[in-house]
Design a binder for this molecule. Structure first.
Ligand SMILES: *Cc1c(COP(=O)(O)O)cnc(C)c1O
Length: 417
């Protein structure tokens, strides 16, 4: 569900007027709905029912501390891909035992931090990584619980940059070689080989691909168990898509989890999932103000104060985000490109889009911007990163201040004596 609605010609989020937020917090800014985030988390939780499970929210989708706190308090675990994300989760009061550490390039320092924090699981992506974790665990006299991330070789049917489940991708261990890897890993005395994990890509709109991956992983689990491995845990990864275009049919969380559940019932396996986008994607909008209108080369441009530095998905993945004026004006529609101030032709938020005519000073909402938005922001063109706002219980508050020029040069100036 999207939290944005129209009341008396004004766009609101959970009943809070978005124009009022823009007026006080300034633009551009991200605004997130706490209610939608919790609703999505609970949809996962409820669908699992009494099947033992842990939902590990993928921090990389949106790592704001206020959001992590919200999810930690709701009982969520976390999927992390760096020491920095571990730092965020611990700051937010997340339970380290419910953390899984994923990623193809964990450094020794990051593994040390994760062992010290007592993270629940390492999802390992190569044999040298297994050896590293084993040796660092041995040095601490500890045992690390590991799952091998296997690559099930299925097509996720999503954008090439966010598809990860084919053998040609850098992620995981070829599922055909996984058994041999588990057997060789038996010599690592400080590893507990208790899990199998996978993740085939992001924004998957057809749950069929996810189910095919799940089936292959469960086959592997059965084979490993037959060889005497005590596999207790299966991690199905994240990847469920969300509705970006009005005509998109996003898979329902409950149906997807129901299908997973039916496959593991009676196996005494503990299920894990790592959803990111499907928890926070629909919960956020990016607010921007129109600076100028311009017609050049027969094209109508709407130049706004938000840019690819704030929201790179259109430039990076050719992504579509619905753009809505915050006030319905009754003006006629025009076909426009909505572009930012950055000196790059790729700096656009929407192209060739039908939009009710807007004028300088008007406000726009870039919808479904809660996932992979702020987290990919940069300060290119010396643009301070924007503010983030959380709407909760009919109120709103800034949960990350807009950066200042001083923030831009932090660490560049010689230390004062
Ligand atoms: C990115 C990622 C996720 C989250 O993917 P979503 O599409 O946002 O649900 C989960 N697990 C791993 C290992 C990832 O890299």
């Amino acid at each position: 569900m999207r939290p944005v609605a129209c009341h008396n010609h004004n766009l609101t989020m959970d009943g809070v007027d978005l124009s009022a937020i823009a007026a006080k917090a300034g633009t551009p800014c991200y605004v997130y709905s706490a209610a939608t985030i919790l609703e999505n988390f609970r949809a996962y939780d409820v669908a699992f029912g009494d099947t033992p499970h842990t939902i590990c929210y993928a921090v990389k989708a949106n790592g704001n501390l206020a959001l992590l706190r919200l999810l930690a308090q709701a009982g969520s675990g976390f999927d992390i891909v760096s020491g920095g994300e571990l730092f965020r989760v611990l700051k937010a009061g997340g339970d380290p035992a419910k953390v899984v550490f994923s990623g193809v390039g964990k450094t020794a320092a990051e593994v040390e931090e994760a062992l010290a924090a007592g993270v629940g699981y390492f999802n390992c992506e190569s044999e040298p990584e297994l050896a590293l974790i084993d040796s660092l665990a041995a040095r601490r006299g500890a045992n690390a619980r590991v799952a091998l991330r296997v690559n099930p070789d299925v097509e996720a049917d999503t954008h090439a940059h966010i598809s990860t489940g084919r053998l040609a991708h850098k992620f995981g261990v070829d599922i055909g070689e996984a058994e041999a890897v588990y057997v060789r890993a038996r010599r690592h005395e400080n590893l507990s080989l208790e899990g199998v994990s996978c993740h085939i890509g992001s924004n998957v709109m057809q749950p069929g691909a996810l189910m095919e991956a799940a089936d292959r992983v469960l086959d592997l689990v059965a084979r490993l168990r037959a060889q005497g491995f005590h596999i207790r845990n299966v991690d199905f990864g994240g990847g469920l898509g969300v509705q970006y275009r009005p005509e998109d049919a996003a898979p329902a969380i409950g149906e997807y989890i129901g299908a997973l559940r039916s496959r593991i019932e009676g196996t005494d396996l503990h299920a894990m999932v790592e959803p990111g986008r499907s928890i926070v994607g629909a919960a956020g909008v990016l607010l921007a103000r129109v600076l100028y209108r311009k017609n050049t080369g027969g094209k109508e441009f709407v130049i706004v104060d938000a840019a690819m530095t704030d929201q790179i998905r259109p430039a990076l993945y050719d992504a579509y985000h619905e753009v809505l004026p915050l006030r319905q004006s009754g003006r006629g529609k025009l076909t426009v490109d909505v572009v930012g101030p950055v000196c790059e032709t790729g700096d656009f938020l929407a192209r060739g889009r039908e939009l009710a005519e807007v004028l300088p000073g008007d406000l726009l909402a870039v919808c479904t911007a809660g996932a992979y938005g702020f987290v990919q922001a940069s300060t290119y063109n010396a643009r301070p990163r924007v503010a983030e706002v959380l709407v909760e219980n009919g109120c709103w508050r800034v949960v990350r201040k807009r950066e200042t020029y001083a923030d831009l040069i932090r660490g560049e100036e010689p230390e004062k004596e």
